[in-house]
Design a protein around this ligand. Structure first.
Ligand code: CA
Length: 227
């Protein structure tokens, strides 16, 4: 692990803050103050993770994100002042791993960096079995148990749960889930998705209002909890 983190950001105060915090946490920051130098540093330095601002002086951060995604699956966390839900959703749909809104807490950002880096190192499922807290999923036999007791899931509920587990710790947008499960962009299935999520939670969560497994990211989507 090189511990190199590329910061693509034009705000000098934020650069200083990120630089200092990353060094303190054992990472080596590389700085690019605009989008084009960000892309060229990405290609030359091969960082393990990218912190990307959306409002850059030359090209839009979204363009930088799509150029990075065209060639690599390196984790990208968008760090931006843009608070509109729509832009958050768009960044996540376009392949960002996570999204942090300025002003952000350094503790939270560092935690999100750790999660994104851990996700980048895939842990192979043993015999297709996923186990987390008291939930166990056997992918090949299509079985789910909670505390050893079988839970009956419909095929769609099973696919939604599997999709969330495969992306444990990542926020999956409504759009992404709908598209993965129903295809065709799935735009018309938002109500169906909500119904499936309600039923799925009723089956796997002890208290669906205080979930142990699936968190709602309001206005964005869902995330399977990561320790
Ligand atoms: Ca900016």
């Amino acid at each position: 692990m090189s511990n190199l983190i590329l910061i693509i950001e034009d705000d000098k105060a934020i650069i200083r803050l990120l630089e200092l915090s990353l060094k303190t946490n054992g990472y080596t920051p590389i700085i690019a103050e605009n989008g084009l130098s960000g892309i060229s540093r990405f290609l030359s330095d091969k960082p393990e993770l990218v912190l990307l601002d959306l409002g850059l002086p030359d090209v839009d951060g979204r363009e930088v994100l799509s150029q990075i995604r065209a060639i690599s699956s390196t984790p990208v966390i968008v760090v931006s002042a843009r608070e509109k839900e729509k832009e958050k959703v768009e960044a996540l749909d376009n392949g960002a791993d996570d999204y942090v809104t300025k002003p952000f807490s350094i503790g939270e950002l560092m935690a999100r960096i750790r999660v994104a880096l851990r996700k980048a190192t895939p842990v192979p499922l043993k015999n297709d079995v996923f186990s987390f807290r008291s939930l166990e999923m056997n992918v090949s036999s299509h079985q789910v148990t909670i505390e050893g007791k079988p839970v009956h899931l419909t095929p769609i509920e099973f696919r939604i749960l599997k999709l969330l587990i495969e992306n444990q710790g990542k926020v999956l947008t409504h759009h992404f889930i709908q598209d993965s499960i129903w295809g065709n962009g799935g735009e018309d299935n938002y109500q169906s998705l909500r119904v499936f999520m309600t039923n799925l939670r009723r089956k796997i969560e002890k208290d669906p209002t205080d979930p142990e497994y699936i968190i709602t990211e309001i206005g964005i989507g869902y995330r399977f909890i990561d320790d």
